[in-house]
Design a protein around this ligand. Structure first.
Ligand SMILES: Cc1cc2nc3c(=O)[nH]c(=O)nc-3n(C[C@H](O)[C@H](O)[C@H](O)COP(=O)(O)OP(=O)(O)OC[C@H]3O[C@@H](n4cnc5c(N)ncnc54)[C@H](O)[C@@H]3O)c2cc1C
Length: 362
């Protein structure tokens, strides 16, 4: 019998399983579909919240710690799996006009590098492909990105290499609780026992844990398109009014994303494609000549303020919740996983864990 069952094989569940395994715990991860097939695959992989100055300290604390952990994490994953997660320091240009003061204050408070660029020459030296109408921007040279589908491949490779137990196409129907203690989970007719269960079901987490505790995680659809281009046509991540473009190393450029509260529906629309394309071209006109190779949608695990749940469920011994990372699961992941691991192992936590509790978020 495993010591801990993790429900959900997105980046949050997979990284949690790997971290607990490395700490010596016997784990079993259960995933309803293929590993990493949901939000974690669909995301953009920017290693920073968009407009971090608009978030609470609790989000920034995890983001900053994760940024420090990422280089080592991708290097270990590369050793274990042979997969390159394409961690690139592409920087982020924020071209919105209204956030300047807030951003500069935030950068001082968090010792982050944010520069205000106010002349065209400065802008072009950072991103030569930028539209000529753009005359000022905030430049964050230290923002990195990863290619999130590669993170999933690397984590899968790591599971196989390290013999971390997982089952795909294993949908958990119920969490078994007796006398205030978790006993395991039900998958079809099978009851699988474990003294600890971690719910990492992304946008589906509320449905999984609702019988025990009500939480406010809900799906927020994000549509994305991908242009097929040549390497170095665009170099920087560019953000404007909540929409962004992300240039990948092989020349592909992602443009995203929509924010839609339409339940668990993952269909894409021509209207969204048109809007995302127009916005992307308005930022970097050279994209107008490129074909849109692909369009997709993912369901973010949305919470009201973007603060994830990383906590034990108080009145059910052995039950934990690790979900609700909303738009920031890739950036917050490594730090959030460290915190969850420390909670499960009963260790001192690297930061104050109270903002991530269920009660704190209600
Ligand atoms: C368009 C888009 C762009 C994004 N861009 C970024 C970005 O640039 N940077 C960033 O940091 N974040 C980004 N995100 C957010 C990020 O992708 C998510 O926060 C993160 O992937 C959440 O990971 P997760 O493991 O919690 O959820 P998921 O990846 O959704 O994984 C949850 C898993 O649980 C499984 N599951 C559910 N119910 C059950 C069950 N009953 N039994 C077994 N398994 C179950 C699901 O099948 C799923 O695979 C973006 C998201 C989208 C959609």
């Amino acid at each position: 019998m495993p010591e801990c069952i993790i429900i959900g094989g997105g980046v949050i569940g997979m990284m949690t399983a790997r971290a607990l395994h490395l700490s010596g715990m016997e784990v079993l991860l259960l995933e309803r579909g293929p590993l990493g097939g949901e939000s974690s695959w669909a995301g953009g992989g920017i290693i920073s919240p968009l407009y971090p100055w608009r978030y609470q300290d609790s989000v920034n604390r995890l983001a900053q710690h994760s940024k420090m952990l990422y280089p080592d994490l991708v290097s270990c994953l590369h050793d274990e799996s042979g997969v390159d997660c394409e961690l690139i320091n592409s920087g982020l240009l924020v071209v919105d006009r209204y956030d300047r003061e807030l951003a500069l204050n935030w950068s001082k408070l968090w010792s982050e590098n944010v520069q205000s660029l106010t002349d065209r020459q400065g802008l072009l030296s950072v991103e030569p492909a930028l539209a000529k109408e753009i005359e000022q921007a905030l430049w964050m040279p230290d923002v990195m990105q990863v290619r999130n589908p590669n993170i999933i491949k690397a984590l899968r490779g790591s599971f196989d290499r390290l013999n971390i137990a997982y089952r795909e196409h294993a949908s958990v129907q119920d969490i078994v609780v007796h006398s205030g203690r978790v006993k395991g989970v039900c998958v079809g007719d099978e009851e699988l026992g474990a003294d600890r269960v971690i719910v990492a079901g992304g946008a589906w987490s509320a449905g999984l844990i609702d019988a025990v505790r009500h939480i406010d995680v809900e799906p927020v659809k994000g549509q994305m398109i991908m242009f097929k281009g040549e390497p170095d046509l665009v170099k920087r991540i560019v953000l404007s009014d909540g929409h962004y473009i992300i240039p990948r190393r092989d020349g592909r450029v992602l443009a995203g994303s929509t924010l839609e509260k339409t339940g668990f529906d993952k269909t894409t629309s021509e209207v969204a494609q048109k809007i995302l394309r127009e916005i992307a071209v308005s930022l970097v006109p050279v994209l107008a000549s490129l074909p849109v190779e692909r369009q997709w949608a993912g369901l973010r695990p949305g919470t009201e303020n973007g603060v994830p749940y990383v906590c034990a469920i108080d009145d059910v011994e052995g039950l934990y919740l690790h979900a609700g990372h909303y738009r920031n699961g890739i950036v917050l992941g490594p730090a959030s996983v460290q915190l969850m691991t420390e909670l499960v192992l009963g260790k001192e936590t690297f930061c104050d864990a109270s903002p991530y509790k269920v009660a704190a978020l209600h």
